[in-house]
Design a protein around this ligand. Structure first.
Ligand code: ACO
Length: 323
């Protein structure tokens, strides 16, 4: 059977680092409060004029280099973002043009913080169906542009960045020993729109709007939904929590990561954590964390990776991947 094998992973973070102390100069907050409630110590913020497309392109080039491939080898580009450069066309088409790719398909996916998992699952299904051979799946965000910088309950939690993977169709035996994406699981429950949303849009207010969140409610749903979608992935593959080498979660909040790991009896040292330095970068957080753990040698060839995320909608999902 065809397996979608992740053959390269890359990332990009904007240069400017904003610490909690910097944040305390803008809103009534403190390093102690932010660290205790979220585990975040700093986040990266895109420069004036630097767009999601810029970040996505840099991460894509890094992933291609890591894979040892050229842009021309790619025939599908998926950008997961809630902060596109324009309402249309898709940021993916801008990335395609910048990379000098003239053919294949390119589109954006909007599933907020779950966007990368949604994008990966979409690419996996296209590759398994034989429609494309090599996909770039990118999570890229400039959440700093949709934050209400006067609302201390939200602006301290998010950051900008991009991560990308190259996924290639390869022959596999059809067992869990195969390299590549072994299973993906996606969910949505649109009844929870009002718990995490942006209060603007082209068709409603004709503005971009600002992020609004009921933090406590999001927290409660996150731990329950993430534990359930992780169990679903394990059941689908017949694997146990002990078979997972690395958990690569969406980096929303250290307390959500700890709560989910505890619920599933996953060893905390197996959880890749970047939220302390990146904040919540929405769709970019999973590939950013993955790239970091590959680069520093923690993730080794053959390791079993569990990717998971939850975001606005609500949307949530998981993917089991053998690296
Ligand atoms: N600095 C100082 N004080 C603050 C700040 C701040 N930045 N923000 C809120 N407070 C105050 C509140 O005003 C409140 O004060 P009060 O008691 O006088 O009213 C107090 O701190 C407690 O506020 P709570 O909202 O009850 O704090 P809580 O413990 O719930 O933590 C948080 C808030 C961190 C947002 C938490 O609910 C959370 O992590 N939720 C998950 C949200 C999340 O991670 N979303 C990411 C997007 S979704 C996703 O990616 C899964």
């Amino acid at each position: 059977m065809i397996r979608s094998v992740i053959v390269g992973c890359g990332s990009y973070l904007p240069e400017r680092v904003m610490t909690n102390a910097d944040m305390a100069e803008i809103v009534d907050t403190s390093d102690e409060w932010i660290v205790a409630r979220s585990g975040i110590r700093q986040r990266h913020i895109a420069a004036e004029g630097q767009t999601t497309g810029d970040l996505a392109e840099a991460a894509a080039r890094d992933a291609l280099k890591h894979a040892g491939l050229e842009p021309a080898d790619i025939d599908l580009i998926i950008v997961a973002t809630a902060t596109p450069d324009n309402t249309f066309p898709a940021t993916a088409t801008s990335v395609q043009a910048r990379l000098g790719i003239r053919d294949g398909a390119a589109f954006d996916i909007q599933a907020v913080c779950s966007g990368f998992i949604y994008g990966l699952a979409t690419a996996d299904n296209f590759l398994k169906a034989g429609q494309f051979k090599r996909a770039l799946v990118i999570g890229a965000e400039t959440f700093s542009r949709i934050l209400d910088w006067e609302d201390r309950t939200t602006c301290v939690l998010f950051g900008d960045g991009a991560g990308a993977v190259v996924v290639e169709a390869q022959e596999g035996a059809g067992t869990s020993d195969d390299r590549g994406i072994l299973t993906t699981h996606l969910h949505a429950d649109g009844r929870h729109h009002d718990l995490l949303y942006v209060d603007g849009g082209p068709s409603s207010t004709k503005t971009v709007g600002h992020l609004r969140m009921s933090g406590k409610e999001v927290f409660r749903h996150a731990v329950v939904n993430l534990a359930s979608v992780i169990n679903e992935a394990l059941e689908a593959t017949g694997l146990a929590a002990d078979d997972i080498d690395w958990v690569i979660p969406h980096q929303a909040n250290k307390r959500i990561l700890d709560g989910t790991a505890r619920k599933l009896k996953l060893a905390p040292e197996k959880v890749v954590v970047t939220v302390d330095r990146h904040g919540n970068t929405s769709a970019a957080s999973v590939p950013l964390a993955m790239a970091e753990a590959i680069r520093d040698g923690r993730i080794k060839r053959g390791d079993m990776l569990l990717l998971e995320a939850m975001g606005g909608g609500f949307t949530w999902g998981s993917a089991l991947v053998r690296w």
